[in-house]
Each structure stands twice: as structure tokens, then as C-alpha cells.
Ligand binder design. Structure first.
Ligand SMILES: [Zn+2]
Ligand SMILES: [Zn+2]
Length: 160
């Protein structure tokens, strides 16, 4: 897979000259994507829009993707399908101290949508994904994947 460093880097600087209320919608469709530093996703599809408000730009996004994760019992890799829908405000100039931690529109006009997309997609990954409902997990003593065969150890651990 070709690795593009910042595939979701986007110029939003031109919105500065647009009237309040101006809005534009974009669609994305990445069969495979890597989002720095740790998110591999397949079939990242969805749409997002930027709307010019008095304070800045309001990002609205609706995304879905298949994300590389692992079974919480046997640790085998698996893809989990996640959906997310979120809004983020990018302010033009942080005016007051309490606004300093808000996202802002950088002076070069480019933001990396990979940052919020990654954050919100990762939030949607369930903590206990399973490769199959009755996954037997691994032996805690020897690491044997118990779906593939038994080992010499006694397995008394019951999963909820
Ligand atoms: Zn499993
Ligand atoms: Zn064992």
C-alpha cells in the first residue's frame, strides 16, 4: 500500500474570505489509508463539511471505516467496522486564554483532518472485540491459541 504521509491534509484557508454561513461539503473514499501514527483503516468512506461561522469554521463529519484491531481474547488481528459522527470548531484566532486549547485555523490555512478523524474513529472501537463470539482465547501459560488446539495446561478461566 502506498503510504501518503498526510492524506487528509486540507486547505481551509480560503474559507476566511467567504461570508458567514458559507458551507461546502466533501466526500471521501479511501479503500486503504494509514493515519499517523497508528491507525490503519480500510474502506474509510463518508462526508464532511466546513461551514463558516462568526468564530471560525465548523467541521461536521460522518465517517465509517474498517479498522485494524485485535481480538481481546486471542489477540488475532481483526477488522472492526466503526461509524462516527462529530463536530469540531476551528477558531480563527484564539482571543481569550480559555480558548487557547481549541482547535484553530493555522496561518498557512492547512489543517490535517487525519487528527480528528483518527481520534473519533478510535473512540468507536469497542474495548472487547472478538474474532468470534465463542473465541476460546489463549492459554495464559504457554500462549497457545485455544481456537486452534488444546495444550497441556488446565484452563479454568471463564470469559464473561
Ligand atoms: Zn479471538
Ligand atoms: Zn498452555
Amino acid at each position: 500500500m502506498e503510504k501518503i504521509t498526510y492524506p487528509l491534509r486540507t486547505n481551509i484557508g480560503y474559507f476566511l474570505n467567504k461570508p458567514i454561513g458559507y458551507s461546502r461539503e466533501f466526500e471521501i473514499n479511501f479503500p486503504e489509508i494509514f493515519i499517523d501514527p497508528d491507525l490503519y483503516a480500510k474502506n474509510l468512506i463518508g462526508k464532511y463539511s466546513f461551514s463558516r461561522t462568526r468564530e471560525g469554521l465548523l467541521l461536521r463529519a460522518e465517517l465509517e471505516a474498517d479498522i485494524d484491531s485485535q481480538c481481546s481474547r486471542c489477540l488475532e488481528p481483526l477488522l472492526v467496522h466503526v461509524n462516527t459522527k462529530f463536530e469540531d470548531l476551528y477558531v480563527f484566532e484564539p482571543r481569550m486564554k480559555e480558548e487557547m486549547d481549541e482547535e484553530h485555523v493555522p496561518s498557512d490555512g492547512y489543517i490535517d483532518l487525519g487528527i480528528p478523524f483518527r481520534d473519533y474513529l478510535l473512540l468507536e472501537i469497542p474495548m472487547n472485540s472478538l474474532c468470534k463470539p465463542d473465541c476460546k482465547g489463549i492459554c495464559l501459560e504457554c500462549g497457545q491459541n485455544l481456537n486452534e488446539g488444546d495444550c497441556e495446561h488446565h484452563h479454568s478461566i471463564q470469559f464473561e
